[in-house]
Design a protein around this ligand. Structure first.
Ligand code: PGA
Length: 255
């Protein structure tokens, strides 16, 4: 069975003092988890704080983006090696809030994905369709196009050990999550597309759901057979709500 994974995406929220109480709130209630990986993706300036606070715990940390180049004259960019310097094990890539506002192409995202892998940072690759695309029934084609760049150039093996986060754009930050059935159907499609069930299962691809996950819908979503966890935005900013979502994952994973 694949381990569950719950990822907090803090986006551009936080301050040294609010982060500290949030992280301590996570730590207070999540230190005994055994079947669930918990990851916190913080804004770059707080990686050192995440490292200092979480380094002796079972909670992992990471960033929300990285540069596609290893080093050089790229003002404002942060390299994979820099993320490693602060112990980052994960990085969110291709989130729709970046791909739309900062015009990130699939090629760019694929380059970043390979850069993360080269540095032993696990990519959390986001894919998702707009409401219009869902309503016109082309959502699977859209998701396939988002994954095809890597799939065709690198083969399905590139996704082994990575995390794919299915994030319907219409569900992010809107309070309107996908139904468990909608999530399951897309996760099943993605799993087949990337041939995730091939291989010996030792380094599985986990497919998580993101978009208005909260303590009320988390169990139902994560109980679906192909939903391996959640990417949580707003509810990760409350330790109480995030802890409830992680505990829901743990309960499902230990059943
Ligand atoms: P949300 O964000 O939980 O606030 O909808 C999810 C995301 O952006 O991944």
């Amino acid at each position: 069975m694949r381990r569950k994974i719950v990822v907090a995406n803090w986006k551009m929220h936080g301050s040294l003092s609010t982060n500290q109480s949030l992280l301590e709130g996570y730590l207070r209630h999540l230190s005994s988890l055994q079947h669930t990986d918990v990851v916190v993706c913080v804004p770059y300036p707080y990686l050192a704080q995440a490292q200092t606070t979480l380094q002796n715990s079972n909670i992992h940390w990471g960033a929300q983006n990285l540069a596609k180049f290893p080093v050089g004259a790229y003002t404002g960019e942060v390299s994979a090696e820099m993320l490693r310097d602060f112990g980052s094990e994960y990085v969110i890539l291709g989130h729709s809030e970046r791909s739309t506002a900062y015009c990130e192409s699939s090629e760019n995202i694929a380059d970043k994905f390979m850069m993360a892998k080269t540095h032993q940072i696990k990519p959390i690759l986001c894919v998702g369709e707009t409401l219009q695309e869902r309503e016109s029934g082309v959502m699977e084609r859209v998701i396939a196009e988002q994954l095809n760049h890597l799939l065709i150039s690198r083969g399905a093996e590139v996704f082994r050990g990575a995390i794919i986060s299915y994030e319907p754009i219409w569900a992010i930050g809107t309070g309107l999550s996908a139904t468990p059935e909608q999530a399951q159907s897309m996760h099943e499609f993605i799993r087949a597309l990337i041939k995730a069930d091939e291989g010996d299962g030792s380094n599985p691809t986990r497919i998580i759901y993101g978009g208005s996950v909260n303590p009320n819908n988390a169990s139902l979503l994560m109980a679906m057979p192909d939903v391996d966890g959640a990417l949580v935005g707003r509810c990760a900013l409350s330790s109480e709500e995030f802890v409830k979502i992680c505990l829901a994952a743990e309960k499902l994973a230990s059943e």
